[in-house]
Write a protein that binds this ligand. Sequence first.
Ligand SMILES: [Zn+2]
Length: 102
Amino acid sequence: MMNLTVLACQSCGYRAIPPKYTCPNCHEESLSEVEIPGKGKVFSHTTIRVAPGAFSSEIPYPILLVELENGLRVTARTELEQVLIGQVVKLQKVENGVYWFS
Ligand SMILES: [Zn+2]
């Protein structure tokens, strides 16, 4: 399992997925990168059947919304054939800014 680098507000502790420059919670420009465990639960999932440019050759493919610690949610790809809501998944790799969980 890998860690994810996310942004943490040094002012209020809010966590965000990059890129963000000001904290959406307290509006301070005090976001800095922190690492959190790349482990979460499947919050929801869907299958992409229409995709832009670079991804059009890969359709259909599943997309996960993974809920990490602190309730932070990240959109991710997966190589799993089947996923269930609430299933525990771990970060496998980050490729071209895309998170892959398995
Ligand atoms: Zn803040």
